[in-house]
Write a protein that binds this ligand. Structure first.
Ligand code: NAD
Length: 492
């Protein structure tokens, strides 16, 4: 396990000589200490990224060349898939098969952007037909510059890939600040990039606290673009810092995503997608469908089956065989989620399943998968992101009521609808104010498709070609293509 910062192609101690603890959430043990970078280290990293962008030629490399580096990084990730997945489990707590899945997706993300980088060499150049034939004009795309990326702890390696792969593909250089709760795999990514021969300064990783390294990155004048994934309050700070010197900014923030299940849905399928939508990764998923709306005619039978299946979920250390639900990421997260459940109960909600630590697990930040009903619409459990394995379920009468309830949120990241009636499913999908809508499923995510939210869930889109656009500027080059005088004034 690595513990130093990766700046300008070298492993270095934090300038302040401080470190922070990395805790395994399944055992509550400190498993490692990692350098606590500060604004001083961020400055060194941004200087290296600036030099790599402005002087050392990364921004002028061909897309094909950048594609080769990205593929080499993808290969490095695949070669170390098991080791990386294991690190992710001891750092974040997620079950090993989910961690393996994330690592495969991270490699796939680098491969996807490798092909987009290759296409950049001959695409994205458009000639414009102007109404004045004396002019010719073309539009080109260029890298935005030095990107500062700040990521959360729920998908540590995958979130790093979602930022680094498109940024490097576009020709940007990057300073990446992983979450202080889960720094291990981002450091390994730096090592893999180094092994792949990535030039010094192109990808720098500075671990540290949000209030120190994170804030230092958002405020650094040498950064051209901030790409942030995390909570709404921090996103708001990032945006405010970006506003000071008009940095480009993209934000992927929280959600309280609805899942509408109509009476004609298959109960067994609905049960599986509802559980997957809120219990995978312990519900610590920005797009988790945490508000489930079930048509009242189906409600009693669906609730019976959902409760039965939820109680069967195997909870434990993510490294153990057969575990579907691991611990929450940290003690703080455990306290936040359990207090959200306690407040909901006090406000009149019914805990139908879970709501407590499993009796057999006295160590680790474990919470049983939890189902809440009778949740008043105005309380935080219904309106705010809980970010844990806690689902709120409510019956609805007709389609109009379901849509109104679903859209009644300050968030708009994702939404799901389940019905055998295609016309209805499509109609409802069109009415949902969210950046991602799933029909007859919840959560499947593809590197090819745009990811991001409406309303307070963020600004901009990651993934697909939209993710690359995040790191590109648009330039017009317009030429006066005649020798004839312009004629602004008449010469004597
Ligand atoms: P967070 O906002 O607490 O932290 C995110 C990152 O920001 C961390 O690296 C942290 O160190 C850093 N940070 C904290 N304060 C900062 C500051 N003042 N300046 C700069 N950086 C600072 O979020 P979290 O608890 O790590 O993650 C959970 C949140 O992330 C949830 O709200 C979740 O919905 C959201 N999320 C969104 C997506 C998405 O794609 N929309 C994906 C994953 C997580």
């Amino acid at each position: 396990m690595r513990s130093e910062l990766f700046i300008d192609g070298k492993w270095t101690q934090a300038a302040a000589q401080r470190s922070f603890d990395v805790v395994n959430p399944a055992t509550e043990e400190v498993i490692h200490k990692v350098a606590a970078g500060t604004a001083e280290d961020i400055d060194a990293a941004v200087s290296a990224a600036r030099r790599a962008f402005d002087h050392d030629g990364w921004s002028k490399t061909s897309g094909a060349e950048r594609g080769r580096y990205l593929r080499a990084i993808a290969n490095g990730i695949r070669r170390r898939q098991t080791e990386l997945a294991r690190l992710e489990v001891i750092d974040n707590g997620k079950p090993f098969p989910e961690a393996e899945w994330d690592v495969g997706d991270a490699a796939g993300c680098f491969e996807f952007y490798a092909s987009l980088a290759e296409q950049l060499d001959n695409q994205f150049e458009e000639r414009l037909e102007l109404p004045d034939a004396r002019f010719t004009s073309k539009v080109v795309k260029e890298p935005v510059g030095v990107a500062g990326a700040i990521i959360p702890w729920n998908y540590p390696l995958l979130m790093a890939a979602w930022k680094a792969a498109p940024a490097l593909a576009a020709g940007c250089t990057m300073v990446l600040k992983p979450s202080e709760l889960t720094p291990l795999t981002a450091l390994e990514l730096a090592a893999i990039a180094d092994e792949a021969g990535l030039p010094p300064g192109v990808l720098n990783v500075v671990t540290g606290l949000g209030s120190e390294a994170g804030q230092g990155l958002t405020e650094h004048p040498g950064v051209d673009k901030l790409a942030f994934t995390g909570s709404v309050p921090t996103g708001s700070k990032v945006m405010a810092a970006a506003a000071r010197d008009i940095k480009r900014v993209s934000l992927e923030l929280g959600g309280k995503s609805p899942f509408i299940v109509f009476e004609d849905a298959d109960i067994e399928q609905a049960v599986e997608w509802i559980m997957f939508g809120i219990f995978w990764n312990q519900g610590q998923v920005c797009s988790a469908t945490s508000r489930v709306l079930v048509q009242e005619t189906l409600y009693p039978s669906l609730m019976a089956r959902l409760t039965e299946e939820t109680r069967k979920i195997t909870i434990g250390n993510g490294l153990d065989e057969g575990v579907l639900l691991g611990p929450l990421v940290s003690e703080k997260q455990y306290q936040q989620v359990t207090s959200a459940v306690a407040s909901a109960r006090e406000a009149g909600a019914t805990v139908v399943a879970g709501g407590k630590r499993p009796d057999s697990l006295t160590t680790g930040y474990y919470l049983e998968p939890t189902i809440l009903t009778d949740v008043p619409l105005e309380i935080a459990a219904w309106t705010e992101e809980i970010f844990g394995p806690v689902v709120c379920i409510r019956p609805f009468g007709d389609e109009a009521e379901a849509i109104a309830l679903a859209n009644d949120s300050r968030f708009g990241l994702a939404a799901a609808v389940m019905s055998k009636d295609d016309g209805r499913a499509e109609r409802v999908a069109a009415s949902l104010r969210a950046g991602i809508v799933w029909i007859n499923c919840s959560q499947p995510t593809f590197t090819e498709a745009p990811w991001g939210g409406y309303k307070q869930s963020g600004i901009g889109r990651e993934l697909g070609r939209w993710g690359l656009e995040n790191y590109l500027e648009t330039k017009q080059i317009t030429k006066y293509a005649t020798d004839a005088p312009w004629g602004w004034y008449i010469k004597d």
